[in-house]
Write a protein that binds this ligand. Structure first.
Ligand code: NZQ
Ligand code: ZN
Length: 380
Protein backbone atom coordinates (compact mmCIF):
# COMPACT_ATOMS: atom_id res chain seq x y z
CA UNK A 1 0.00 0.00 0.00
CA UNK A 2 1.36 3.39 -0.94
CA UNK A 3 -0.52 6.69 -0.74
CA UNK A 4 -0.44 10.34 0.13
CA UNK A 5 -3.35 11.67 2.17
CA UNK A 6 -4.08 15.24 3.11
CA UNK A 7 -7.45 16.82 3.73
CA UNK A 8 -6.80 20.50 4.27
CA UNK A 9 -10.45 21.55 4.78
CA UNK A 10 -11.17 22.81 8.29
CA UNK A 11 -14.57 21.53 9.45
CA UNK A 12 -16.75 23.83 11.57
CA UNK A 13 -19.39 21.42 12.80
CA UNK A 14 -22.55 22.15 14.77
CA UNK A 15 -25.41 24.52 15.38
CA UNK A 16 -24.61 28.21 15.02
CA UNK A 17 -21.28 27.67 13.27
CA UNK A 18 -22.13 29.90 10.29
CA UNK A 19 -21.25 32.86 12.52
CA UNK A 20 -17.66 31.59 12.77
CA UNK A 21 -16.82 32.28 9.12
CA UNK A 22 -15.65 35.78 10.02
CA UNK A 23 -12.75 34.16 11.87
CA UNK A 24 -11.84 32.14 8.78
CA UNK A 25 -11.97 34.63 5.90
CA UNK A 26 -9.32 37.35 6.06
CA UNK A 27 -11.06 40.70 6.70
CA UNK A 28 -9.45 42.49 3.75
CA UNK A 29 -10.62 39.94 1.18
CA UNK A 30 -13.40 40.79 -1.23
CA UNK A 31 -15.94 37.97 -1.05
CA UNK A 32 -18.35 36.56 -3.61
CA UNK A 33 -21.23 34.61 -2.05
CA UNK A 34 -22.29 31.97 -4.58
CA UNK A 35 -25.69 30.35 -4.10
CA UNK A 36 -28.39 28.36 -5.86
CA UNK A 37 -32.05 28.83 -6.67
CA UNK A 38 -32.99 30.67 -3.51
CA UNK A 39 -33.64 28.08 -0.78
CA UNK A 40 -31.13 29.95 1.42
CA UNK A 41 -33.27 33.08 1.24
CA UNK A 42 -36.27 31.18 2.61
CA UNK A 43 -34.65 29.22 5.43
CA UNK A 44 -32.68 31.98 7.12
CA UNK A 45 -29.23 30.84 5.96
CA UNK A 46 -28.71 33.91 3.75
CA UNK A 47 -29.52 36.16 6.73
CA UNK A 48 -26.97 34.33 8.88
CA UNK A 49 -24.33 34.72 6.15
CA UNK A 50 -25.16 38.40 5.83
CA UNK A 51 -24.66 38.91 9.59
CA UNK A 52 -21.43 36.93 9.63
CA UNK A 53 -20.04 39.00 6.74
CA UNK A 54 -20.73 42.30 8.50
CA UNK A 55 -17.74 44.56 7.87
CA UNK A 56 -16.56 42.68 4.76
CA UNK A 57 -16.74 43.93 1.21
CA UNK A 58 -18.90 41.32 -0.44
CA UNK A 59 -21.40 40.71 -3.21
CA UNK A 60 -23.53 37.79 -4.32
CA UNK A 61 -24.18 35.63 -7.37
CA UNK A 62 -27.34 33.53 -7.24
CA UNK A 63 -28.96 31.10 -9.65
CA UNK A 64 -26.50 28.22 -9.75
CA UNK A 65 -28.73 25.34 -10.80
CA UNK A 66 -28.72 21.70 -9.68
CA UNK A 67 -26.14 19.97 -11.90
CA UNK A 68 -24.45 23.35 -12.40
CA UNK A 69 -23.81 24.48 -15.94
CA UNK A 70 -20.83 26.19 -17.45
CA UNK A 71 -23.26 28.57 -19.13
CA UNK A 72 -24.36 29.97 -15.74
CA UNK A 73 -21.02 29.69 -13.98
CA UNK A 74 -19.15 31.61 -16.68
CA UNK A 75 -21.29 34.61 -15.73
CA UNK A 76 -20.03 34.28 -12.16
CA UNK A 77 -16.47 34.09 -13.50
CA UNK A 78 -17.05 37.42 -15.29
CA UNK A 79 -18.34 38.94 -12.04
CA UNK A 80 -15.32 37.65 -10.12
CA UNK A 81 -12.97 39.27 -12.62
CA UNK A 82 -14.91 42.53 -12.85
CA UNK A 83 -15.13 42.95 -9.07
CA UNK A 84 -11.62 41.73 -8.24
CA UNK A 85 -12.97 39.04 -5.95
CA UNK A 86 -10.43 37.36 -3.63
CA UNK A 87 -12.54 34.70 -1.94
CA UNK A 88 -15.53 32.59 -3.01
CA UNK A 89 -18.02 31.55 -0.36
CA UNK A 90 -20.26 28.75 -1.62
CA UNK A 91 -23.56 28.49 0.24
CA UNK A 92 -25.53 25.46 -0.90
CA UNK A 93 -25.42 21.80 -1.80
CA UNK A 94 -22.97 19.92 -4.00
CA UNK A 95 -24.01 21.86 -7.08
CA UNK A 96 -23.15 25.26 -5.63
CA UNK A 97 -19.91 24.01 -4.08
CA UNK A 98 -18.86 22.25 -7.30
CA UNK A 99 -19.76 25.44 -9.15
CA UNK A 100 -17.57 27.47 -6.80
CA UNK A 101 -14.63 25.18 -7.56
CA UNK A 102 -15.08 25.73 -11.28
CA UNK A 103 -15.41 29.51 -10.84
CA UNK A 104 -12.33 29.60 -8.58
CA UNK A 105 -10.21 27.75 -11.14
CA UNK A 106 -11.65 29.35 -14.25
CA UNK A 107 -11.12 32.87 -12.90
CA UNK A 108 -7.39 32.14 -12.85
CA UNK A 109 -7.28 30.77 -16.40
CA UNK A 110 -7.23 32.87 -19.54
CA UNK A 111 -8.69 30.23 -21.88
CA UNK A 112 -12.16 28.67 -22.10
CA UNK A 113 -13.23 27.38 -18.67
CA UNK A 114 -14.64 24.20 -20.23
CA UNK A 115 -11.02 23.20 -21.01
CA UNK A 116 -10.78 22.29 -17.30
CA UNK A 117 -13.46 19.64 -17.80
CA UNK A 118 -12.14 18.22 -21.05
CA UNK A 119 -8.62 17.99 -19.62
CA UNK A 120 -7.24 20.49 -22.14
CA UNK A 121 -6.22 22.61 -19.13
CA UNK A 122 -4.92 21.29 -15.80
CA UNK A 123 -5.80 23.61 -12.94
CA UNK A 124 -2.61 25.37 -11.81
CA UNK A 125 -4.13 28.19 -9.77
CA UNK A 126 -7.46 28.91 -8.09
CA UNK A 127 -9.05 31.47 -5.81
CA UNK A 128 -9.63 30.29 -2.23
CA UNK A 129 -13.07 28.84 -1.46
CA UNK A 130 -15.11 28.37 1.71
CA UNK A 131 -18.29 26.27 1.90
CA UNK A 132 -21.46 26.47 3.94
CA UNK A 133 -23.11 23.14 3.27
CA UNK A 134 -26.92 23.02 3.05
CA UNK A 135 -27.40 19.48 1.68
CA UNK A 136 -25.41 16.51 2.99
CA UNK A 137 -24.72 14.20 0.04
CA UNK A 138 -21.73 14.76 -2.16
CA UNK A 139 -18.83 15.41 0.23
CA UNK A 140 -17.90 18.27 -2.10
CA UNK A 141 -17.53 20.56 0.92
CA UNK A 142 -14.22 18.91 1.80
CA UNK A 143 -12.88 17.28 -1.33
CA UNK A 144 -11.13 18.37 -4.51
CA UNK A 145 -13.75 17.09 -6.96
CA UNK A 146 -16.30 18.97 -9.04
CA UNK A 147 -18.83 17.88 -11.66
CA UNK A 148 -19.95 20.46 -14.22
CA UNK A 149 -22.47 20.25 -17.04
CA UNK A 150 -22.65 21.92 -20.44
CA UNK A 151 -26.22 22.51 -21.46
CA UNK A 152 -25.43 23.10 -25.12
CA UNK A 153 -23.96 19.62 -25.63
CA UNK A 154 -25.71 17.71 -22.80
CA UNK A 155 -22.35 16.86 -21.26
CA UNK A 156 -21.56 16.34 -17.57
CA UNK A 157 -17.90 15.90 -16.73
CA UNK A 158 -15.80 15.79 -13.55
CA UNK A 159 -12.49 17.42 -12.68
CA UNK A 160 -10.26 17.01 -9.66
CA UNK A 161 -7.62 19.32 -8.27
CA UNK A 162 -5.90 19.68 -4.91
CA UNK A 163 -6.14 23.45 -5.48
CA UNK A 164 -9.94 23.57 -5.14
CA UNK A 165 -10.40 21.96 -1.71
CA UNK A 166 -12.43 24.44 0.33
CA UNK A 167 -10.36 26.14 3.06
CA UNK A 168 -13.21 25.47 5.46
CA UNK A 169 -16.64 23.87 5.49
CA UNK A 170 -19.44 24.79 7.86
CA UNK A 171 -21.65 21.81 8.71
CA UNK A 172 -24.58 23.11 10.75
CA UNK A 173 -27.21 20.34 10.88
CA UNK A 174 -29.97 22.89 11.55
CA UNK A 175 -29.76 24.20 7.97
CA UNK A 176 -31.06 20.92 6.55
CA UNK A 177 -34.39 21.19 8.39
CA UNK A 178 -35.80 22.90 5.29
CA UNK A 179 -34.72 20.16 2.87
CA UNK A 180 -37.51 18.46 0.92
CA UNK A 181 -37.68 14.72 1.74
CA UNK A 182 -36.62 13.90 -1.82
CA UNK A 183 -33.30 15.68 -1.29
CA UNK A 184 -32.71 14.10 2.12
CA UNK A 185 -33.17 10.68 0.54
CA UNK A 186 -30.91 11.66 -2.35
CA UNK A 187 -28.22 12.53 0.19
CA UNK A 188 -28.49 9.17 1.94
CA UNK A 189 -28.26 7.28 -1.36
CA UNK A 190 -25.41 9.35 -2.81
CA UNK A 191 -23.31 8.96 0.34
CA UNK A 192 -24.03 5.21 0.44
CA UNK A 193 -22.89 4.79 -3.17
CA UNK A 194 -19.76 6.89 -2.52
CA UNK A 195 -18.69 4.41 0.14
CA UNK A 196 -19.50 1.48 -2.16
CA UNK A 197 -17.47 2.92 -5.04
CA UNK A 198 -14.39 2.88 -2.79
CA UNK A 199 -15.13 -0.36 -0.91
CA UNK A 200 -16.93 -2.78 -3.24
CA UNK A 201 -14.00 -3.86 -5.38
CA UNK A 202 -11.76 -6.77 -4.31
CA UNK A 203 -10.02 -7.56 -1.00
CA UNK A 204 -6.81 -5.59 -0.51
CA UNK A 205 -6.04 -6.36 3.12
CA UNK A 206 -7.05 -2.85 4.19
CA UNK A 207 -8.92 -3.41 7.46
CA UNK A 208 -8.81 0.26 8.49
CA UNK A 209 -10.42 1.52 5.28
CA UNK A 210 -12.84 -1.42 5.15
CA UNK A 211 -13.85 -1.11 8.80
CA UNK A 212 -14.59 2.61 8.55
CA UNK A 213 -16.43 2.09 5.26
CA UNK A 214 -18.60 -0.59 6.89
CA UNK A 215 -19.38 1.72 9.83
CA UNK A 216 -20.46 4.46 7.43
CA UNK A 217 -22.65 2.02 5.46
CA UNK A 218 -24.30 0.71 8.64
CA UNK A 219 -24.86 4.28 9.87
CA UNK A 220 -26.51 5.30 6.59
CA UNK A 221 -28.76 2.23 6.62
CA UNK A 222 -29.78 2.96 10.23
CA UNK A 223 -30.49 6.61 9.31
CA UNK A 224 -32.59 5.39 6.38
CA UNK A 225 -34.87 3.54 8.79
CA UNK A 226 -35.57 6.78 10.69
CA UNK A 227 -35.84 9.05 7.67
CA UNK A 228 -39.41 10.06 8.55
CA UNK A 229 -38.53 11.03 12.14
CA UNK A 230 -35.34 13.06 12.02
CA UNK A 231 -34.12 14.79 15.17
CA UNK A 232 -31.02 16.88 15.87
CA UNK A 233 -28.78 13.83 16.29
CA UNK A 234 -30.17 12.24 13.10
CA UNK A 235 -29.38 15.36 11.08
CA UNK A 236 -25.90 15.66 12.61
CA UNK A 237 -25.12 12.01 11.88
CA UNK A 238 -26.27 12.30 8.28
CA UNK A 239 -24.13 15.39 7.75
CA UNK A 240 -21.05 13.82 9.26
CA UNK A 241 -21.39 10.47 7.51
CA UNK A 242 -21.98 12.02 4.08
CA UNK A 243 -18.90 14.17 4.64
CA UNK A 244 -16.74 11.25 5.74
CA UNK A 245 -17.95 9.12 2.83
CA UNK A 246 -16.07 11.24 0.33
CA UNK A 247 -13.34 13.22 2.05
CA UNK A 248 -10.63 10.90 0.77
CA UNK A 249 -9.96 8.89 3.92
CA UNK A 250 -11.65 5.55 3.21
CA UNK A 251 -10.39 5.67 -0.38
CA UNK A 252 -6.73 6.11 0.54
CA UNK A 253 -4.49 3.30 -0.61
CA UNK A 254 -7.25 1.15 -2.14
CA UNK A 255 -8.49 0.77 -5.71
CA UNK A 256 -11.81 2.41 -6.54
CA UNK A 257 -14.60 1.67 -8.99
CA UNK A 258 -16.68 4.84 -9.88
CA UNK A 259 -18.32 3.16 -12.90
CA UNK A 260 -21.78 3.64 -11.38
CA UNK A 261 -21.09 7.37 -11.16
CA UNK A 262 -19.76 7.70 -14.69
CA UNK A 263 -22.74 5.87 -16.20
CA UNK A 264 -25.11 7.76 -13.87
CA UNK A 265 -23.71 11.13 -14.96
CA UNK A 266 -24.82 10.36 -18.53
CA UNK A 267 -28.35 9.63 -17.31
CA UNK A 268 -28.42 13.01 -15.61
CA UNK A 269 -26.90 14.83 -18.57
CA UNK A 270 -29.39 13.32 -21.03
CA UNK A 271 -32.56 13.08 -18.97
CA UNK A 272 -32.08 15.31 -15.92
CA UNK A 273 -32.32 12.39 -13.46
CA UNK A 274 -31.29 13.51 -9.93
CA UNK A 275 -27.66 12.50 -9.34
CA UNK A 276 -28.41 10.06 -6.50
CA UNK A 277 -31.33 8.51 -8.36
CA UNK A 278 -29.15 7.85 -11.40
CA UNK A 279 -26.84 5.84 -9.14
CA UNK A 280 -29.65 3.72 -7.69
CA UNK A 281 -30.74 2.85 -11.23
CA UNK A 282 -27.28 1.75 -12.32
CA UNK A 283 -25.62 0.22 -9.26
CA UNK A 284 -27.63 -2.96 -8.49
CA UNK A 285 -27.44 -4.06 -12.14
CA UNK A 286 -23.75 -3.17 -12.32
CA UNK A 287 -23.08 -5.31 -9.25
CA UNK A 288 -25.01 -8.21 -10.77
CA UNK A 289 -23.05 -8.01 -14.03
CA UNK A 290 -19.75 -7.64 -12.13
CA UNK A 291 -20.51 -10.26 -9.47
CA UNK A 292 -17.55 -12.49 -10.32
CA UNK A 293 -14.95 -9.80 -9.71
CA UNK A 294 -16.75 -8.35 -6.68
CA UNK A 295 -17.99 -11.51 -4.96
CA UNK A 296 -15.49 -11.51 -2.09
CA UNK A 297 -16.21 -7.93 -1.05
CA UNK A 298 -19.94 -8.44 -1.57
CA UNK A 299 -19.75 -11.41 0.80
CA UNK A 300 -17.80 -9.28 3.31
CA UNK A 301 -20.38 -6.51 3.04
CA UNK A 302 -23.23 -9.00 3.41
CA UNK A 303 -21.71 -10.36 6.62
CA UNK A 304 -20.41 -7.14 8.21
CA UNK A 305 -22.99 -4.59 7.04
CA UNK A 306 -26.23 -6.51 6.54
CA UNK A 307 -25.56 -9.29 9.07
CA UNK A 308 -26.22 -12.06 6.52
CA UNK A 309 -25.34 -15.63 7.41
CA UNK A 310 -22.66 -17.34 5.28
CA UNK A 311 -24.14 -19.06 2.21
CA UNK A 312 -23.17 -19.93 -1.35
CA UNK A 313 -25.27 -17.07 -2.67
CA UNK A 314 -24.34 -14.41 -0.09
CA UNK A 315 -23.02 -12.08 -2.83
CA UNK A 316 -26.38 -12.17 -4.64
CA UNK A 317 -28.20 -11.64 -1.35
CA UNK A 318 -26.03 -8.61 -0.57
CA UNK A 319 -26.97 -7.02 -3.90
CA UNK A 320 -30.64 -7.73 -3.14
CA UNK A 321 -30.18 -6.07 0.27
CA UNK A 322 -28.60 -2.97 -1.31
CA UNK A 323 -31.45 -2.76 -3.80
CA UNK A 324 -34.03 -3.18 -1.01
CA UNK A 325 -32.36 -0.34 0.91
CA UNK A 326 -32.96 2.04 -2.02
CA UNK A 327 -36.48 0.74 -2.56
CA UNK A 328 -37.25 1.21 1.16
CA UNK A 329 -36.54 4.91 0.53
CA UNK A 330 -38.88 4.87 -2.51
CA UNK A 331 -35.96 5.28 -4.89
CA UNK A 332 -36.31 3.44 -8.21
CA UNK A 333 -33.67 0.89 -9.18
CA UNK A 334 -34.68 0.53 -12.81
CA UNK A 335 -34.51 2.79 -15.81
CA UNK A 336 -37.72 4.75 -15.46
CA UNK A 337 -36.80 8.42 -15.56
CA UNK A 338 -35.90 8.78 -19.22
CA UNK A 339 -37.57 9.94 -22.40
CA UNK A 340 -38.62 7.67 -25.26
CA UNK A 341 -38.32 3.90 -25.37
CA UNK A 342 -35.78 2.10 -23.23
CA UNK A 343 -33.64 0.76 -26.05
CA UNK A 344 -33.13 4.23 -27.56
CA UNK A 345 -32.27 5.57 -24.08
CA UNK A 346 -29.67 2.84 -23.57
CA UNK A 347 -28.18 3.49 -27.02
CA UNK A 348 -27.99 7.20 -26.29
CA UNK A 349 -26.23 6.62 -22.95
CA UNK A 350 -23.70 4.27 -24.56
CA UNK A 351 -22.98 6.80 -27.32
CA UNK A 352 -22.32 9.46 -24.66
CA UNK A 353 -20.00 7.16 -22.70
CA UNK A 354 -18.01 6.50 -25.88
CA UNK A 355 -17.86 10.20 -26.70
CA UNK A 356 -16.50 10.90 -23.20
CA UNK A 357 -13.96 8.06 -23.42
CA UNK A 358 -15.66 6.25 -20.52
CA UNK A 359 -14.81 2.97 -22.22
CA UNK A 360 -12.71 1.19 -19.58
CA UNK A 361 -14.51 1.73 -16.28
CA UNK A 362 -14.39 -0.15 -12.97
CA UNK A 363 -11.56 -1.37 -10.76
CA UNK A 364 -10.23 -3.63 -13.53
CA UNK A 365 -11.01 -1.17 -16.36
CA UNK A 366 -13.15 -4.01 -17.67
CA UNK A 367 -16.45 -2.14 -18.06
CA UNK A 368 -16.39 -1.46 -21.79
CA UNK A 369 -19.35 0.09 -23.62
CA UNK A 370 -20.60 -3.46 -24.29
CA UNK A 371 -20.57 -4.21 -20.56
CA UNK A 372 -22.26 -0.87 -19.79
CA UNK A 373 -24.94 -1.86 -22.29
CA UNK A 374 -25.40 -5.20 -20.53
CA UNK A 375 -25.72 -3.34 -17.20
CA UNK A 376 -28.31 -0.90 -18.53
CA UNK A 377 -30.23 -3.66 -20.26
CA UNK A 378 -30.50 -5.44 -16.92
CA UNK A 379 -31.81 -2.23 -15.32
CA UNK A 380 -35.02 -2.12 -17.37
O1 NZQ B 1 -30.72 25.74 -5.46
P1 NZQ B 1 -31.42 25.82 -4.16
O2 NZQ B 1 -32.57 26.74 -4.17
O3 NZQ B 1 -30.50 26.02 -3.00
O4 NZQ B 1 -32.14 24.37 -3.93
C1 NZQ B 1 -31.41 23.17 -3.87
C2 NZQ B 1 -31.57 22.29 -5.11
O5 NZQ B 1 -32.81 22.53 -5.73
C3 NZQ B 1 -32.02 22.31 -2.80
N1 NZQ B 1 -31.46 22.60 -1.46
C4 NZQ B 1 -30.16 22.54 -1.07
N2 NZQ B 1 -30.07 22.80 0.25
C5 NZQ B 1 -31.33 23.05 0.69
C6 NZQ B 1 -32.22 22.92 -0.40
N3 NZQ B 1 -33.55 23.10 -0.27
C7 NZQ B 1 -34.03 23.42 0.95
N4 NZQ B 1 -33.23 23.51 2.05
C8 NZQ B 1 -31.89 23.33 1.96
N5 NZQ B 1 -31.13 23.39 3.07
O6 NZQ B 1 -31.69 20.98 -3.15
C9 NZQ B 1 -31.64 20.89 -4.58
C10 NZQ B 1 -30.47 20.03 -5.00
O7 NZQ B 1 -29.24 20.65 -4.66
P2 NZQ B 1 -27.86 20.13 -5.27
O8 NZQ B 1 -26.78 20.98 -4.75
O9 NZQ B 1 -27.99 19.98 -6.75
O10 NZQ B 1 -27.78 18.64 -4.67
P3 NZQ B 1 -26.53 17.76 -4.28
O11 NZQ B 1 -25.90 18.25 -3.04
O12 NZQ B 1 -27.05 16.38 -4.29
O13 NZQ B 1 -25.46 17.96 -5.45
C11 NZQ B 1 -25.55 17.25 -6.65
C12 NZQ B 1 -24.41 17.65 -7.57
O14 NZQ B 1 -23.15 17.26 -7.01
C13 NZQ B 1 -22.43 16.45 -7.95
C14 NZQ B 1 -23.55 15.79 -8.72
O15 NZQ B 1 -23.10 15.26 -9.93
C15 NZQ B 1 -24.53 16.93 -8.90
O16 NZQ B 1 -24.15 17.77 -9.95
N6 NZQ B 1 -21.49 15.58 -7.26
C16 NZQ B 1 -20.36 16.11 -6.76
C17 NZQ B 1 -19.40 15.35 -6.12
C18 NZQ B 1 -18.16 15.93 -5.58
N7 NZQ B 1 -17.88 17.19 -5.83
O17 NZQ B 1 -17.37 15.26 -4.93
C19 NZQ B 1 -19.54 13.90 -5.98
C20 NZQ B 1 -20.90 13.41 -6.25
O18 NZQ B 1 -20.82 12.06 -6.62
C21 NZQ B 1 -21.66 14.15 -7.29
O19 NZQ B 1 -21.33 13.69 -8.60
ZN1 ZN C 1 -22.27 10.89 -6.01
Amino acid sequence: MKFSFSNPTKIQFGQGQIASINTLIPKEQRVLVLYGGGSIKKNGVYDQVESALDGYTWEAFGGVEPNPTVETLDKAVEQVKASNIDFILAVGGGSVIDGAKYVAASAKYEGEGWDILTGAHTVDDALPIGAILTLPATGSESNGGSVISKKATKQKLPFMSPLVYPKFAVLDPDVIKSLPQRQVVNGLVDAFVHVCEQYLTYPQNAPVQDGYAETLLKTLIALGKEVDNPDDAWRANLMWSANQALNGLIGSGVVHDWATHMIGHELTALYGVDHARSLAIVQPSLLRVQIDTKKDKLAQMGKNVFGLAPSDDIAEKTIDAIESFYQSLSVATTLTEHEGDQQSAIDAIIAQLEKHKMVALGEHQAITPEVSKEILSLAV
